[in-house]
Design a binder for this molecule. Structure first.
Ligand SMILES: Nc1ncnc2c1ncn2[C@@H]1O[C@H](COP(=O)(O)OP(=O)(O)OP(=O)(O)O)[C@@H](O)[C@H]1O
Ligand SMILES: [Mg+2]
Length: 298
């Protein structure tokens, strides 16, 4: 089997939260071990607060792990000096849920796509590179000189995608990239991401609490619950034959024939913690392979 592009090994991330009357430690990730293989889309699902974004941010080195390591294409990223980290800032990109807050409101589409090209890529004409990237996502002509507020939500997400691809990355963390968009627009943006992956051999970590989108786009799916990886496997196998009690609960809640009901249940799931599921202590747990490549926490 080929080497993984990203290797996350026993990654733990704790946050200290100040509260009235003292401090509390939140363990957002608890010894998560997972690989992302070149060219695949690894879906990451789990309810709100399960650690999905923290996993993406820790891979991108936007969070410093409390323990464990992240290795990218054979180089351990944890502990690299800023200068050594620089090439990886080009090779790894991110697309967030809300392009309104990730785009600069006072810079044109062209300016914001050209900026990372100027900083991270050795291009003689960053504007030409930016125009190409924008044209690829469907934003062309004079529109490139418009500010974010002149675009629809779907178009703004296209600009964010153009900015991510303009520097020719290998790996993109997509953190709920379509969750804020209307259903019809969601499908278009998912298609665009898929086409770009095929054209450019991209690898995605695709975070979403929307299981139907993950089922459609992900090669493999990882399930996080309270910072733990409870199940991972080929998407078909995991959705057809979920093994962990939490995965079952997640799928039961949303895989109902009526999409409106599924959507409502999903919204409830993401805002309020589903009835808790017991987990074994970290030091006494193991992942067991139940089908080829399909592992469950026991
Ligand atoms: N900077 C931070 N400071 C303190 N706590 C944090 C911080 N970032 C995340 N957390 C906590 O870590 C846990 C995991 O958060 P994370 O954002 O990774 O969850 P998530 O799965 O992405 O949730 P959502 O679906 O709502 O985006 C949560 O309990 C969250 O409150
Ligand atoms: Mg999140």
């Amino acid at each position: 089997m080929t080497d993984p592009l990203v290797r996350v090994d026993a990654l733990t991330k704790e946050f200290t939260v100040r509260e009235r009357g003292g401090k509390r430690v939140v363990r957002a990730l608890d010894e998560v071990t997972v690989d992302v293989r070149p060219g695949e889309t690894l879906g990451v699902v789990g309810e709100s607060g399960s650690g999905k974004s923290t996993l993406g941010r820790a891979i991108l080195q936007l969070e410093t792990p409390s323990a464990g390591s992240v290795t990218y294409a054979g180089t351990e990223l944890t502990g690299l000096r800023p200068r050594e980290r620089r090439p990886f800032q080009r090779r790894m990109q991110v697309i967030y849920q809300d392009p309104f807050s990730s785009l600069n409101p006072v810079r044109t589409a062209l300016q914001q796509v050209a900026e990372p090209v100027t900083v991270l890529r050795d291009a003689t004409d960053p504007d030409a590179v930016a125009r190409d990237a924008l044209a690829r996502v469907g934003i062309a002509g004079d529109r490139v000189h418009d500010l974010p507020r002149a675009f629809s939500g779907g178009q703004r997400q296209r600009i964010a995608i153009a900015r991510a691809i303009a520097v020719r990355p290998e790996f993109i963390v997509c953190d709920e990239p379509v969750s804020a968009l209307d259903m019809s627009i969601q499908a278009q943006v998912v298609d665009l991401l898929r086409e770009l992956q095929d054209e450019r051999g991209l690898t995605y970590l695709f975070i979403s609490h929307d299981l139907s989108v993950v089922r459609e786009i992900a090669t493999r799916t990882a399930v996080l619950y309270r910072g733990r990886l409870v199940e991972i496997g080929p998407t078909d196998s995991l959705f057809r034959d979920p093994q962990h009690a939490y995965t079952r609960r997640l799928l039961d809640a949303v895989l109902v024939p009526d999409p409106a009901i599924a959507r409502r249940r999903l919204e409830q799931l993401s805002t309020r913690v589903a009835a808790p599921v017991d987990l074994p202590p970290t030091d006494a747990s193991a992942m067991v392979e139940v089908a080829p490549g399909h592992l469950v926490l026991v």
